[in-house]
Design a protein around this ligand. Structure first.
Ligand SMILES: [Fe+2]
Length: 247
């Protein structure tokens, strides 16, 4: 159990991997096998590489201890089991410590496409493969550190929330002239991804000032997304945001 966390400590749990039922593993398999054809074609290469590097499998729910045995040596990140939604200060404390708050429950067959709260499918299939990429890994830690510094400033924190939304959750990247997905909200959702692939949203070139001021409606398909040209661009954006907002 990590010892460096204080605010987040009450939310840390153990994943009881042996308690998952065959039905739950079957739901995982169905969820992953539904997503993979589209992801192989439309996810960015860094995501697909990360998926293999951290040893995700289609046929069983990830054992986080095994994921971390592979992920830790790559970037120092951990998928750390938590009980559910974290308050912001606990969430940022974990990101700053390279620990990704990871839920362990899995949706059931009645909500295959959408759950209001993140589950292990969204958190691990959606988020964790990108944490194997060194630049994305540094970006996410930098993001957590900055947010931890501006906890007192509601307006600055709201702007940082938009940076998270348009990168970590709904990020797209231009690779070889094509739009590729890396945001977890896209990776883990067939509907959201299909909407992007079919040209639904306006895809704008990355612009940090626009991102920080772009209001978000979480309950609709995204009308605007911002495409980066490289992951260095979001790392630099996190540093710029810190310089702008930490006053
Ligand atoms: Fe997420």
């Amino acid at each position: 159990m990590p010892s460096t966390l204080t605010v987040a400590e009450p939310y840390l749990i153990q994943q009881d991997w042996s308690a998952y039922t065959p039905e739950q593993h079957a739901v995982w398999q169905e969820l992953v096998s539904r997503r993979m054809p589209q992801l192989r074609e439309h996810a960015c290469q860094e995501y697909l590489d990360g998926f293999v590097q951290i040893g995700l499998r289609e046929d069983s729910i990830p054992n986080l201890a095994e994921v971390n045995r592979r992920l830790g040596p790559l970037t120092g990140w951990n998928a750390t089991p938590v009980s559910g939604f974290l308050p912001p200060d606990a969430f940022f404390e974990m990101l700053a410590a390279r620990q990704f708050p990871t839920t362990t429950w899995l949706r059931n067959r009645e909500s295959m496409e959408y759950t209001p709260e993140p589950d292990i499918f969204h958190d691990v299939l959606g988020h964790v493969p990108m944490h194997a990429h060194p630049v994305f890994a540094d970006f996410l830690q930098q993001y957590g550190r900055t947010c931890a510094r501006i906890m007192h400033d509601k307006d600055a924190l709201e702007r940082m929330g938009r940076l998270f939304w348009f990168t970590v959750e709904f990020g797209v990247i231009r690779q070889q002239g094509r739009i590729k997905l890396y945001g977890s909200g896209l990776i883990s959702s067939h509907g959201e991804s299909t909407y992007v692939i079919q040209g639904g949203p306006e895809i704008r070139d990355w612009n940090l000032n626009q991102v920080l001021n772009q209001t978000v409606n979480v309950s609709e398909m995204q009308p605007v997304l911002y495409a980066v040209e490289s992951f260095e661009q979001i790392f630099e954006a996190a540093q710029e945001a810190e310089a702008l907002l930490c006053r």
